[in-house]
Design a protein around this ligand. Structure first.
Ligand SMILES: Nc1ncnc2c1ncn2[C@@H]1O[C@H](COP(=O)(O)OP(=O)(O)OP(=O)(O)O)[C@@H](O)[C@H]1O
Ligand SMILES: [Mg+2]
Length: 305
């Protein structure tokens, strides 16, 4: 795959044997290729069951592909690693440890040789970064859902992972908290140049956060139908997105995909569809693309911005 990618997914498949070992196995997806550039924020969208979490678990080293490999920073993945931090939908904190204790635990696992003072300092820094300074001594049971999720984010970032993997991290939160955490996640990832791979069902979340959005068709036999380059400027504000002329073309394109093309493109891929090079589109940033009329054309000359 192209150089310069910190993540290189190379022809992976995931199959499950038929129940009882009899009959045909189920192919969740196969021949899946994707590269993620260093510092890039990639979101994946697709219907329930298409294999998004499976791909993320393979990236995390928690699951293994039936075929193919994944290379992270030049090395094939062969199990979990502190180079890759995962934020799940539920925070998975250790209930008997304080906020400080939960984050320090991760820091100590990453750098066992560090002094206690240095570990505490690193933990404190990331707790402050997610806006929880002053809550270090609280235990998870004393925190709101949004605060727990912040601790999860602080813990993931405190080990300074090469890649951050997030599986619908904000979906269980109320809209207000979700918005605030999206702002924080974006700010931190931009400031630290964090490479991030995130799954979401929320189109506006993907539009706000992602540099590129990977569109997966329905499963079984899911494919990467298309990769959408976000035409919005990198310097963007969540509350102003809708003012940008590309916002509605982009949003309509994603909705149209989920409503119709996620199904039709699984059954019959677009002409010339190549699993190694799925079409790249940039809705709203090209004269050929009319709002509400998604295009299947690849638009390579629109990608240089
Ligand atoms: N242990 C298993 N045995 C058989 N099938 C499995 C197993 N684990 C997952 N699957 C199947 O793999 C498919 C992909 O699951 P996955 O969790 O990756 O979907 P997803 O895209 O993350 O969905 P959601 O949006 O609902 O989270 C599903 O159809 C699921 O039923
Ligand atoms: Mg999932």
């Amino acid at each position: 795959m192209t150089d310069g990618n910190i993540i290189s997914i190379e022809g992976i498949a995931r199959r499950y044997p038929a129940p009882g070992g009899k009959g045909k196995s189920t192919t969740i997806f196969e021949n899946l290729w994707l590269g993620v550039r260093r510092g890039e924020f990639v979101c994946t969208i697709g219907h329930s069951g298409c294999g998004k979490t499976t791909v993320l678990n393979i990236l995390a080293g928690l699951d293994a592909p039936s075929e193919g490999t994944v290379i992270v920073d030049g090395q094939a993945i062969d199990g979990p690693s502190l180079d890759r931090a995962v934020i799940f939908q539920s925070h998975a904190l250790l209930p008997w440890l304080s906020v400080q204790g939960n984050v320090a635990f991760a820091v100590r696992s990453r750098w066992p040789d560090w002094s206690a003072a240095r570990i505490e300092e690193q933990a404190r820094r990331f707790i402050a970064l997610v806006g929880l300074a002053g809550s270090e001594r609280k235990r998870p049971a004393e925190l709101s859902g949004g605060m727990k999720q912040r601790v999860g984010i602080a813990r993931a970032l405190s080990i300074e992972p090469k890649i951050l993997l997030m599986d619908e991290p904000f979906s269980a939160l109320d809209a207000l908290t979700r918005g605030t955490l999206q702002d924080e996640a974006r700010r931190i990832c931009m400031e630290t140049g964090q490479t991030t791979y995130m799954i979401t069902h929320d189109i506006d979340e993907a539009i706000y956060l992602a540099d590129r959005i990977v569109l997966m068709t329905n499963g079984p036999g899911a494919r990467v139908a298309e990769i959408v380059e976000n035409p919005l400027p990198r310097d963007r504000a969540r509350t102003d997105l809708y003012r940008h002329p590309s916002y509605y073309p982009l949003r309509n394109h994603l909705i149209e995909f989920l409503v119709t093309r996620s199904r039709t493109l699984r059954d019959a891929p677009a002409d010339g569809w190549d699993p190694r090079h799925p079409p790249v589109v940039r809705p709203g940033a090209h004269p050929e693309l009319v709002p509400g009329e998604p295009s299947l054309h690849s638009v390579p000359n629109a990608l240089s911005a």
